[in-house]
Write a protein that binds this ligand. Structure first.
Ligand SMILES: Nc1ncnc2c1ncn2[C@@H]1O[C@H](COP(=O)(O)OP(=O)(O)OP(=O)(O)O)[C@@H](O)[C@H]1O
Length: 531
């Protein structure tokens, strides 16, 4: 990625000294917010212990310095008083040790729950993970509408990322989280956001969610609205029309969901004020930090100038470089990793298929479809030109295929997604524009027609299947030209427990650079045929 942290978010690195007052305020708020979580528990334990110690000290003082001077012949009184004091001291000490014991028991319970759900955390005093959604009410006084919506959506249990990220965010902690594709990260940041915002307000934008693509922004806005059903919130998707036409100073908006480009444009041209933003989420954060987007993201982060803004980063892949960057902008953050970082969902059966050449690829795809087309199938290609070419080829076959890429008009992009979701399209040919975050329920198979750019791209592409506990399949075609880049992807496949031939695993390691070879045209028709 090669981004220098001093460039990104320059000037907004959290300065503890400068914001000491806010920091103290923030800490105080954090502690008061979560009465049952462990930070509070520890605090209360400590204060209990301190109080207890104080009480003991006082009593000890009393014990050391008797209330009245002993009077000869009345030693019986003296001895009975000191017995009472000793009993009290013992009782207090017992209480303290009970408190301590309960605290350690809670830590143990948390550790067991985390182990069971493969939750790895770092950060100081990380709040206890959720046992169930009911704890949202008992621990955080969650409003009934939210629990009702969870139940209506059929969400019985929190997913591992939800178990840990929700309490962290509700406790006022910044959070960077890495969890497999399709594991419910969206709810993990939307739910605490709705809970913290409490109700609608017309005081300007209070929360911003940045997504790398319009499709993902639209999907996130839809999910936000689903979760907020029954409660009035102003949830806005930053569309082209909104950017061009809206007077943002008059637009009531609690949560704004947008791509970084549109936000940056609105900030520049329409004077969108983000200074009151309390919650900022960077979804697919590692992608947002890549070179094409980082300047736009930087300007949005700077525009969210409220010193107590709570930032969180979510993705299924979190390279070390992004973590380092995150550390420079976040304070007292909780780091949550589900399973192993940068691995594919283990619900996906993955396979590498050698096809020799570009020509062999098309034959393999056709064969795959004739042998067993199990729609819906998502086919990824390297760029929009190849997407158009492959679509042309498949259009003539008896396959209900469609295509999506960045050259298409927005309406056609939306139609392609909707038709695929509705089952009208069986095969969707796509560029990486929908590789991240898109939640198509029940995709049976992802085919990487063109070898992915990187291990991260591979993880996100194949993660369109095997979502929300369902199984899926991923087939990656490769040619001679792709062989030097096989090892990176093979490592991901092997880490998920799928078989990889030994010769691939013994290929030399390559530096992680993007793999975008020049490829021959897919078209099987000569230009003469087309005339
Ligand atoms: N607690 C839950 N129980 C059951 N299903 C859930 C739960 N939470 C979310 N889901 C569903 O799981 C699916 C995947 O969720 P989501 O899109 O948030 O995944 P994600 O982790 O953000 O994936 P990606 O990394 O691809 O963006 C969605 O269909 C969502 O409705």
């Amino acid at each position: 990625m090669g981004i220098d942290a001093s460039f990104l978010f320059s000037g907004i690195t959290f300065d503890r000294k400068k914001f000491a007052e806010d920091f103290t305020r923030f800490k105080a708020k954090e502690e008061s917010d979560d009465s049952a979580d462990k930070s509070k528990l520890l605090e209360s334990e400590n204060s209990e212990i301190e109080e207890g110690t104080l009480r003991v000290n006082k009593k000890r003082k009393r014990k050391g310095k008797p209330i009245s001077e002993p009077v000869e012949g009345f030693s019986v009184f003296k001895s009975s008083k000191s017995e009472v004091v000793t009993e009290e001291v013992e009782r207090t000490e017992n209480e303290i040790s009970q408190g301590k014991k309960e605290f350690y028991r809670q830590l143990e319970r948390d550790a067991v729950l985390r182990k069971k759900h493969n939750i790895h955390i770092s950060g100081s005093l990380v709040p206890s993970p959720l046992q169930n959604f009911a704890e949202l009410r008992s621990r955080y006084k969650c409003k009934p509408y939210l629990l009702r919506n969870l139940a209506e959506l059929g969400f019985r249990e929190p997913t591992p990322i939800q178990r840990q990220a929700i309490p962290a965010l509700l406790s006022g902690r910044e959070c960077f989280a890495c969890a497999p594709t399709g594991s419910g990260k969206t709810l993990a940041f939307v739910c605490p956001m709705l809970m913290k915002l409490k109700h609608a307000s017309k005081d300007g934008v209070r929360a911003v969610i940045i997504c790398p693509t319009r499709e993902l922004a639209a999907q996130t806005a839809r999910e936000c609205k689903q979760m907020a059903k029954g409660k009035r919130f102003y949830i806005k998707l930053m569309t082209k029309q909104l950017v061009k036409g809206a007077d943002f100073s008059k637009l009531p908006c609690d949560i704004l969901i947008s791509t970084p480009f549109r936000l940056q444009f609105a900030i520049r041209k329409r004077k969108l004020d983000l200074s009151r933003v309390e919650y900022l989420v960077l979804d697919e954060s590692d992608h947002l930090f890549e070179l094409g987007l980082v300047k736009q993201v930087d300007s949005v982060v700077k525009a969210c100038s409220n010193p107590s803004v709570l930032r969180s980063l979510f993705s299924a892949t979190l390279p070390d470089s992004v973590e380092e960057l995150a550390r420079t902008i976040m304070h007292d953050a909780v780091r949550v990793i589900i399973g192993r970082k940068n691995t594919a969902s283990d619900l996906i059966k993955q396979k590498l298929v050698f096809v020799g050449s570009e020509e062999g690829k098309f034959l393999a795809l056709r064969q795959c479809f004739t042998e067993s087309l199990n729609p819906p199938v998502l086919v990824f290609v390297q760029n929009k030109e190849r997407a158009k070419e492959l679509y042309k080829e498949l259009k003539f076959d008896d396959i209900r295929a469609d295509v999506i890429h960045s050259d298409l008009h927005q309406v056609l992009r939306e139609n392609a997604v909707d038709n695929f979701r509705a089952g009208k399209t069986w095969v969707l040919i796509a560029t990486d524009v929908i590789a991240r975050g898109m939640d198509f329920k029940g995709i049976n198979c992802v085919i990487n027609y063109d070898f992915p750019d990187s291990a991260a791209a591979y993880i996100h592409r194949i993660g369109r299947s095997g979502r929300a506990g369902r199984s899926g399949e991923a087939i990656t075609l490769y040619t001679e030209a792709d062989v030097p880049f096989l090892r990176n992807i093979a490592n991901v496949i092997a880490a998920s427990g799928c078989e990889v031939p030994a010769w691939i695993m013994s290929l030399p390691k390559l530096k992680r650079k993007k793999h975008r070879p020049q490829r021959e045209s897919i078209s099987t028709k000569s230009s003469d045929d087309e005339q």
